[in-house]
Design a protein around this ligand. Structure first.
Ligand code: HEC
Length: 485
């Protein structure tokens, strides 16, 4: 009797799962040929759940529509096994978290299918926004003018006095894009480690560029040590002569070098005091770097243009502190700009999962990472119970969920009447341009412009007062041209 029940229920269970299985896969059974290793096409609840898991846990870094996977040069292969392994164990040194404790193997397999099927569906769907259309925003109508296409990840733009533009491409090339729309390579850039989030990053002109032709580049410098390849954030000062850099000097090299390939920062801005401010990411050392003043990672730094240290930096008299540190407790800031009204430097930084921030850079301030955060870890686990604490400077704006901010510009001048005084911030993960309306140091309102334009990597105002945005994968630089309403 007993054995019969067992048998019957086992049979029933088998029957039920067999039925489910048939339902789920019936549409593709013929496509996949029913082979043992063939993947099942996701459908129904599995699809809904995989999509939700993807959006929630992966989309922030890999793009809501799988952008970073479509047309990818796979580092570890694109087989289901390779993807499975990557998701389960991560590539911590490259900034890819492990999801071993977050998902069951079955959930990971469904994510793998979701990605592989999504790539097929996405291919050929990438289109660029039509130029001619008049786009409406709350306070201004505008058109998009496509300035430059054909480079992959335009990380930063800088405008030369003669109307040419400098553009960094993350893989390691500095371009001059001339007024006549020619793309020319500039020789003499530093060697970079173009892996993960690293490469050739920011470019900034010296405030007296028209007299001295000096520019500054931030990048991930590389060091080979025994069998290991290590990297760090560095800053080079150089003279731009024609299409060559000369008199190159590395004026900053963050210590220590690390094995990781993410959170390099690094945006550069000049303060009204003539000093160079730049952001330095935590290099993934969440618990060990941002609150530790004896390392450079997880900070904002302030140096003179030759790399020497201003005497009034906040920690110059402390034996245990790096003297270039200006603020600490920062995670990874990829946007920085001088507020033209107040003269303060503003930055925004990536939170973990949730908790992106806009901060005003204040001498000696602690922004709390990773003791205090509005976000949680990528795998869903808690980082801190606190989102406020004594001695920690509060952000003036947070984004939950994260928009993955990159690039920052204040709108000045008279071209964009309705937007004047706003702060523009690019979103990598949600692919829009955020316009933050300000009242003094308060953010009073957010408008999301250009939804689905692509991963917005940089935002700048040109000397003639136009907003330029750089979008990646495929790389396009657009100019926003206001039209009368
Ligand atoms: C914090 C950002 C981040 C999150 C969140 C994240 N990844 Fe990644 N992932 C990376 C980075 C960085 C790499 C290294 C390769 C690169 O530079 O893109 C990577 C690599 C991978 C690879 C290997 C790619 C190859 O070329 O071989 C796969 C597969 C992958 N991720 C899947 C996922 C999935 C699925 C999720 C969600 C469960 C996820 N990732 C969440 C940052 C992230």
């Amino acid at each position: 009797m007993r054995s019969f029940v067992t048998f019957a229920s086992a049979f029933l269970v088998g029957l039920i799962s067999f039925t489910n299985c048939t339902k789920r896969t019936s549409s593709t059974a013929t496509q996949t040929g029913g082979g043992m290793a063939a993947e099942q096409q996701l459908a129904g609840d599995d699809l809904t759940k995989a999509r939700a898991n993807y959006t929630n846990f992966c989309g922030g870094c890999h793009g809501r529509s799988l952008e970073t996977f479509v047309n990818r040069k796979w580092q570890h292969g694109d087989s289901p096994e390779a993807l499975f392994k990557g998701i389960k164990h991560g590539y911590p040194d490259q900034g890819m978290p492990s999801y071993d404790t977050t998902f069951t193997d079955q959930e990971i397999r469904h994510l793998v299918s979701y990605i592989r099927e999504g790539i097929v569906a996405q291919k050929g769907k990438t289109e660029t926004k039509s130029n001619a259309a008049v786009l409406k925003s709350e306070k201004l109508n505008f058109q998009l003018d496509t300035v430059l296409t054909g480079i992959n990840v335009p990380w930063a733009m800088a405008f030369l006095p003669n109307g040419d533009m400098l553009v960094t491409e993350r893989s390691g090339t500095l371009y001059r894009f001339t007024k006549a729309k020619q793309l020319q390579k500039i020789e003499g850039v530093p060697e970079v480690l173009a892996q993960g989030q690293g490469g050739l990053l920011d470019v900034k002109l010296h405030p007296d560029f028209s007299k001295n032709n000096i520019i500054f580049l931030s990048y991930s410098a590389v060091k080979r040590d025994g069998g290991q390849t290590l990297s760090t954030t560095a800053i080079m000062r150089a003279k731009l002569e024609g299409n060559s850099l000369t008199n190159q000097k590395q004026i900053f090299e963050a210590q220590p070098y690390a094995r990781t390939r993410h959170h390099y920062g690094s945006r550069i801005e000049f303060g009204r005091d003539g000093y160079l401010y730049f952001s330095m990411g935590d290099r993934g050392g969440t618990k060990v770097n941002p609150q530790n003043l004896s390392v450079h990672a997880g900070k904002t730094h302030r140096i003179k243009e030759d790399g020497s240290i201003p005497a009034d930096n906040p920690f110059v008299n402390r034996q245990d502190a790096m003297p270039s540190i200006y603020t600490f407790g920062n995670r990874n800031a990829q946007g920085m700009a001088l507020n033209p009204t107040t003269g303060d430097i503003w930055l925004h930084e990536h939170g973990p999962k949730g908790g992106d921030e806009v901060n005003i850079v204040k001498k000696g301030a602690n922004y709390g990472w990773a003791d205090v955060t509005h976000g949680i870890d990528y795998n869903g686990s808690k980082i801190s119970d606190l989102n406020q604490k004594d001695g920690i400077t509060d952000p003036i704006k947070i984004w939950v969920p994260s928009i993955a901010p990159s690039g920052m510009a204040f709108v000045t001048g008279d071209r964009y009447s309705g937007w004047k005084g706003s702060l523009l911030v690019g979103s990598l993960s949600f692919k829009f341009l955020s316009r933050l309306e300000l009242d003094g140091n308060k953010v009073v309102r957010e408008e999301r412009l250009l939804q689905d334009i692509g991963r917005v990597r940089d935002v700048r105002l040109s000397p003639d007062g136009y907003v330029y945005i750089a979008v990646e994968n495929p790389g396009i630089i657009y100019r926003l041209v206001p039209v009368s309403n």
